[in-house]
Design a protein around this ligand. Structure first.
Ligand code: ZN
Length: 94
């Protein structure tokens, strides 16, 4: 049996696992936000205001440049992961 790793919260915008305190985003009152990471959420708002398809493009670019995935691989991961996250479900997808 594989050990389940869902204990670790993941960012509900980009899917990044958040392990350390500084991985979490910050709220307007300076507190930590436990749903979104520091890259997505700062000072109580999203750092990148874009829709899901734009966000997928950005994630694909990051993954191909930083993780060495091919564009197809990166796109598959992004398209399978991101729509499940809370940020993208609330808004509805056009
Ligand atoms: Zn994030």
């Amino acid at each position: 049996m594989e050990k389940d790793q869902t204990q670790m919260p993941i960012c509900q915008s980009c899917g990044m696992p958040m392990a350390a305190d500084e991985d979490f985003g910050t709220n307007a009152d300076g507190g930590k936000n436990h749903e979104y990471c520091q890259y997505c959420w700062q000072g109580g708002e999203f750092t990148a205001k874009m829709d899901l398809s734009e966000f997928i493009e950005m994630q694909v670019k990051i993954a191909t440049e930083n993780l060495g995935l091919t564009e197809n691989e990166a796109r598959e991961v992004a398209e399978n992961t991101l729509p499940e996250l809370k940020r993208w479900q609330e808004k509805g997808i056009e």
